[in-house]
Design a protein. Structure first.
Length: 307
């Protein structure tokens, strides 16, 4: 099969495209013929050695995908060959930058006809992360106000729509070129981070969801009301420590399971969430996709159209 993978021969990691062995379904697994795979910010960090993922080479990157089941492992009875599915690799597993992947059957879900493979791949990890942060971790309620940092990104744009569906007032940050897009998906107030300091114009939020990290994460505590809570996904394995004692800092646990993927399908069916804007690449163009991903100056999601 063709795949985009990391290779290293005594020097820095190099992203290549070429032939790799076909995967085989172990007991409890399925092999999925991938139609589309998503690019995530974590991918280039893995490529640069900024995580513990790299233990052997060649190493296939990629965490979420959409495709068609082509083989069943022993014991799999709830899926069939030919089913259209989407999913996110298990924690510690990657391999979606490829034509095929073997993955646990229990952590993929059937794709609805309302979603193309490209859109399903774009929504998988972004939607899973947003749901775990907004519903499971922050437990956002109707009538509350939330600041979502970095609104134009894939996770944040899903979170904006989910927060609005739950009945919250949504404030977000983004460059001016993305304001129209964010208004269309439901943001109530948008702050141009190039023109204003969000800590001076936002206050008394019930919750913050930060997808940016760095100094933005630490300063986000400023806008919370007493008793407020903040969730962080761009600050490493642990949430940053607040500089005040009357708020809570949380790091969402983004597990892998079918019910959360089914929740994505449900939200799309309800019209509560729509797929993000997508920039498409061929799998052979992985280097260019990583270059744009690493710049962090794009809207929506980057997706490989594999077949």
């Amino acid at each position: 099969m063709k795949a985009a993978y990391i290779e290293r021969h005594g020097g820095p990691e190099v992203l290549k495209y070429g032939d790799m062995p076909d995967p085989v379904a172990a007991p409890g697994e399925v092999v999925v013929d991938i139609v589309a795979a998503s690019v995530n910010g974590a991918d280039w960090k893995v490529r640069e050695g900024k995580s513990n993922q790299l233990s052997r080479f060649p190493y296939i990157l990629g965490r979420d995908f959409s495709g068609v089941v082509s083989a069943l492992g022993e014991g799999v009875t709830d899926l069939r060959v030919g089913d259209e599915v989407f999913g996110v690799c298990d924690v510690g597993q990657e391999g979606a930058y490829a034509e095929k992947i073997a993955v646990k059957a229990a952590i993929v879900a059937k794709k609805t006809d309302r979603l193309s493979h490209v859109d399903a791949a774009a929504l998988a990890l972004a939607g899973l992360t947003a749901i775990c942060a907004i519903e499971d971790t922050l437990r956002l309620k109707a009538g509350e106000t939330i600041l979502i940092q970095g609104g134009a990104g894939g996770v944040a744009s899903f979170a904006i729509q989910l927060a609005k569906y739950l009945g919250a007032r949504v404030i977000t940050t983004a460059s001016a070129s993305n304001h129209d897009y964010l208004r269309k998906i439901g943001a109530d107030e948008i702050i141009d981070y190039n023109a204003a300091d969000f800590t001076r114009v936002v206050k008394d939020c019930d919750a913050v969801f930060d997808t940016v990290g760095g100094d933005v994460a630490q300063r986000s505590f400023t806008v919370l009301k007493p008793g407020g809570r903040a969730a962080f996904i761009a600050s490493g394995a642990q949430a940053p420590k607040p500089d005040r004692g009357d708020v809570v800092a949380l790091r969402p646990s983004v597990g892998r399971d079918r019910p959360h993927l089914d929740r994505i399908v449900e939200l799309v069916a309800l019209g509560a969430v729509r797929p993000p804007e997508v920039t498409r690449y061929k799998l052979s163009e992985a280097v260019a996709a990583h270059r744009l991903s690493q710049s962090r100056h794009f809207r929506g999601k980057l997706v490989f159209l594999v077949r």
